[in-house]
Design a protein around this ligand. Structure first.
Ligand SMILES: *Cc1c(COP(=O)(O)O)cnc(C)c1O
Length: 242
């Protein structure tokens, strides 16, 4: 949908690379995607939201923890696209919270962007709560589309693969590896598929932030299968480094 400001800059960390005395380290500045304070989820939302609109959705359901970057970016994208946004806000995801946890930062921005927030206790199966909210909205006559937790679905991952095409254009030499945090799996799936297609000698290495690598691995495999079906391409041989 062109919601993200792309390409994002790629910066050489000269001092850090020198200090470590090892490989040259670059940072892909995917925080600088612009809309709604930016962030890496906008690449996914660009594709997943367009797909939802094509399918005739009249409102969007997504969600995340109280201070979710993903939910804040979904709220901003929905405001830009003029479609109502319902967010499941999971409470109790983190144990140490400050007084401002519920009223500042991403929580405040999601509210300012006009999202309707539905508070629920944290569950290890967050997408089930999104499905429940979507069922309630359908029962009230709406046609919701779900942008899952982390916007990690096949369309989102296909959107995220664009980051690899940009890196391939921005660097003279292919990097040995692209290293990133991995949570709901769409970022990993997108980078791994992008590398397979555009930077075949570059390793995609995710660091699981949920300390649940088997679950993350399963989700990445599922997302790559579904994306492969959409693209008519087999990603089954990709090795997942997590
Ligand atoms: C969401 C997020 C990730 C993890 O992406 P997933 O697709 O959820 O695995 C990594 N880095 C940043 C900055 C994020 O916001």
């Amino acid at each position: 949908m062109g919601l993200a400001h792309l390409p994002t800059p790629l910066h050489l960390m000269a001092n850090l690379s020198g200090h470590l005395g090892g490989p040259r380290i670059w940072v892909k500045r995917d925080a600088l995607t612009g809309l709604g304070m930016g962030g890496n989820k906008l690449r996914k939302i660009d594709y997943a939201l367009r797909d939802a609109l094509h399918q005739g959705a009249d409102c969007i359901v997504s969600g995340g923890a109280v201070q979710s970057n993903s939910a804040r970016q979904v709220a901003a994208a929905c405001a830009a696209a003029n479609i109502p946004c319902h967010l499941v806000v999971f409470e109790g995801r983190v144990s140490t919270i400050s007084e401002q946890y519920h009223t500042s930062g991403n929580a405040l921005l999601a509210e300012l962007f006009g999202a309707t927030r539905h508070f629920r206790p944290w569950s290890p199966h967050p997408n089930a709560a999104l499905e429940e909210l979507a069922a309630d909205l359908r029962a009230s006559g709406f046609t919701p589309a779900i942008l899952p937790y982390g916007v990690s679905n096949a369309m989102g991952a296909i959107g995220y693969a664009s980051v690899v095409a940009e890196i391939a254009e921005q660097m003279d030499q292919a990097p040995a590896a692209i290293i990133f945090a991995s949570g709901s799996g769409g970022t990993h799936a997108g980078i791994a598929m992008g590398c397979a297609l555009a930077l075949p000698n570059t390793q995609a290495i995710g660091f699981d932030i949920d300390a649940d690598p088997e679950r993350v691995r399963r989700d990445i495999i599922t997302i790559m299968r579904q994306a492969g079906a959409l693209l008519n391409h087999d990603f089954d041989t990709i090795q997942i480094d997590l």
